[in-house]
Design a protein around this ligand. Structure first.
Ligand SMILES: [Ca+2]
Ligand SMILES: [Ca+2]
Length: 172
């Protein structure tokens, strides 16, 4: 059985471990799968609605990165926004090894632009990422076949943003 000094040392070590956890950087993007959420712009630049119409839908997006050393087709991955049911699965698009794509809320042609940035479009007619970020996390990316049920089931990577400023991009 350990003596009081040893026990005190163990308690001190445990306390130090807790402190080091608390002082770690707030959050770093991570994934348990092939794709990682790295950035998000929840609040598109400018007004979301003009004359009763939803505008600049593609100014709202999140960024996924292929963290593997091979191409990955993103088809079927489910972005589950924790506060709503806009969980349409991603379309077929092959993201090269190590590449990132902006996944836009509105419509467009999935492509790689002249700056080498990939763009994937979800085809919604309204903004879907919550500007207020009321949950933690606010967005999960789930394995193909997962449900948009606002739980962690099937999740490989997530993003949390809180209240989002107009047109600002946040790191996940
Ligand atoms: Ca939004
Ligand atoms: Ca959801």
């Amino acid at each position: 059985m350990p003596g009081p000094l040893l026990r005190a040392a163990a308690v001190a070590a445990a306390a130090a471990a807790v402190l080091s956890l608390l002082s770690a950087p707030a959050q770093a993007a991570s994934t348990t799968g092939a794709l990682m959420l790295t950035q998000v712009r929840p609040n598109a630049d400018g007004a979301d609605v003009k004359n009763g119409r939803q505008v600049n839908l593609n100014g709202e997006f999140f960024v996924i990165k292929n963290v593997t050393s091979r191409p990955v087709n993103v088809r079927g991955y489910v972005p589950d926004i924790t506060s709503n049911g806009y969980g349409r699965a991603l379309p077929s698009y092959t993201l090269p090894a190590g590449a990132s794509a902006q996944v836009h809320t509105g419509s467009g042609t999935n492509r790689r632009d002249s700056n080498g940035v990939h763009h994937i479009y979800r085809g919604y007619a309204r903004h879907v990422l919550n500007n207020d970020g009321p949950k933690n996390p606010d967005l999960r990316l789930k394995k193909p076949g997962s449900s948009d049920n606002n739980t962690s089931s099937g999740s490989i990577t997530s993003c949390n943003w809180g209240r989002a400023a107009d047109g600002r991009t946040y790191r996940c």
